[in-house]
Design a protein around this ligand. Structure first.
Ligand SMILES: [Zn+2]
Length: 305
């Protein structure tokens, strides 16, 4: 009979203790079943090199060999471009849907000013509901929503509005069949209190590496944090961080990418991974190098599927 290493250790422990009821062994990372990590890499559209229009950026992302993309549900500004849902009629939504159809598991980043807080205003919830409908119309599978200072976990008096907001978004997400990834700096524990089917996390890996507040600290490592999130990890934003400067080229900062990739493989992550370079810090060549770096690490860690 072939025994897995884990089963062998468990049976050895049971024999040693002289009982069928062995003390459960702590399973180390090395004992996890080996799983590969399919890379569905994408780029967040904002500005790539010089200011490019939205459609030109989509073409660049496809031409550079990416499988996915993300964009902001906002018009943009002097230096960047997104798409404001209110500017799009049914025909324009069909056009965008066709334009991004070659990419899988695309993301929309909700506007920065439509963020969750301890007291999310009604107008923000309405706006987010419209973003979810827009995402559904253009064939996007996940909407990222920022959370600014969720209430403290133990402050029962302060959590009523927070729960109401999440319940409402969970319903809207279920209706549109678009998942919501909340982008937290802290407060990830909220995702399980209670668990909601359509609300999970967009983990911004680079943001977890600020020296003054490492977001992974409650779990010791980024890999530990990823394992904690497990199937509540809906989506990823990837960029590197020196500890003080973020959104830089992947492989040039402090992020432990091997631990990140092994953690993702360990939980069987199957979502897309969106690079979020700051165009003032990363030239188009740096975006390509970031993707090549990740693909090479996956090969060298033997995580290819
Ligand atoms: Zn992000």
């Amino acid at each position: 009979m072939l025994l897995s290493r884990r089963a062998f250790l468990a049976s050895a422990a049971a024999t040693a203790s002289g009982s069928r009821f062995a003390v459960p062994l702590r399973v180390s990372v090395a004992d996890e079943p080996r799983r590969g990590l399919p890379l569905t890499l994408g780029v967040m559209i904002w500005r790539i090199g010089d200011l490019l229009e939205f459609d030109e950026q989509v073409a660049w992302v496809g031409g550079a060999g990416f499988e996915s993309l993300g964009f902001h549900a906002a018009r943009g500004g002097r230096n960047w471009r997104g798409i404001e849902p209110a500017d799009t009629d049914a025909a324009e939504r069909r056009r965008i849907r066709k334009l991004i159809a070659p990419f899988s598991q695309c993301e929309i980043h909700a506007p920065f000013d439509a963020q969750l807080s301890a007291n999310t205003p009604e107008k923000v919830l309405l706006r987010l509901e419209r973003v979810l409908q827009f995402a559904s119309d253009v064939g996007v599978s996940v909407v990222t929503v920022h959370a600014d200072h969720p209430p403290p976990l133990d402050d029962n008096a302060a959590t009523g509005n927070w729960h109401q907001a999440l319940d409402r978004l969970d319903k809207a997400a279920e209706k549109t069949k678009v998942r919501i990834g909340i982008e937290f700096y802290s407060g990830f524990e909220w995702l399980r209190k209670p668990r909601r089917d359509w609300v999970g996390a967009t983990l911004d890996v680079g943001h977890m590496y600020f020296d003054h507040m490492p977001g992974y600290r409650p779990w010791n490592t980024i890999g530990g944090q990823i394992r904690y999130l497990d199937d509540l990890l809906f989506h990823l934003h990837l960029h590197d961080n020196t500890g003080t400067v973020d959104h830089i080229e992947i492989g040039t900062g402090k992020v432990d990418w091997d631990d990140t990739l092994q953690g993702l493989a360990g939980i069987g992550y199957r979502g897309s991974m969106i690079l979020e370079p700051n165009p003032d810090r990363v030239a188009p060549e740096g975006i390509r190098r970031s993707a090549a770096f990740l693909r090479q690490r996956v090969r060298e860690l033997d995580l290819n599927v």
